[in-house]
Design a protein around this ligand. Sequence first.
Ligand code: PGA
Length: 240
Amino acid sequence: MNLIVCKDYEEMSRRAAELAAACIQADPTGLVSFPGGDTPLGMVHAFADLVNAGKVDISGAHYVSLDEWVGLSGLDEGSCGRFNRTELLGRLQKRFAGVHLIDGAAADIEAERAALDSYIAQYGPLTVSVLGIGMNGHLGFNEDGVDLDLNAHIIPLSETTKQVMHKYFGEKFHPEYGISQGIRQIMAAKTVILIANGSHKAEILRRALCGEVSNRVPASVLQKHPNCYVVADEAAAAKL
Ligand code: PGA
């Protein structure tokens, strides 16, 4: 486990983007996955800047989204698909060789889950997986108690996640399920980059990195990943 402590959110975002770019430089036809949400916003912007400045060539690489709220399409506000389209893909002046975004509003969500597995099987394993950490230690929607052996799956959201999601949806939408890459696929990534910022993440980051490895804190499995970087600002790293 490589810990990189950054002075603030901006530095965390830049360092994580540079690391992700270096992974693609080393494996130009690899499969790449970024998360959605507040934490990775600066990182995906910094990554797009690197691509647009010609610092990394993504033309041979494929991209897959990490997770999605079941019930939301990529057009819906607060969806990970919309985040990917607006904050990442829409900023890129060059294209990935291929992109797969999960559609949480698919009529046949089981087929959507299978399509995610197929895409990762075809173009993977992931060369780099960037992840945030939830307040309950989730990675993607691998919620506390998740089966660590699963590939892509559909999972009930934990109470913690439902509370946090309020900031994205208010009273407009009350998702009950998430669809997510599984821990098996995340652990198969050649490089994992976990990003975290803010004092509210300090305790769960401590439990994930210094506590027992257990599905009660899914991010704790990263202690066993052979090539994992944790990029955290000083506030999130305060208890390490
Ligand atoms: P956040 O979520 O970016 O909203 O803090 C992180 C996560 O749930 O992975």
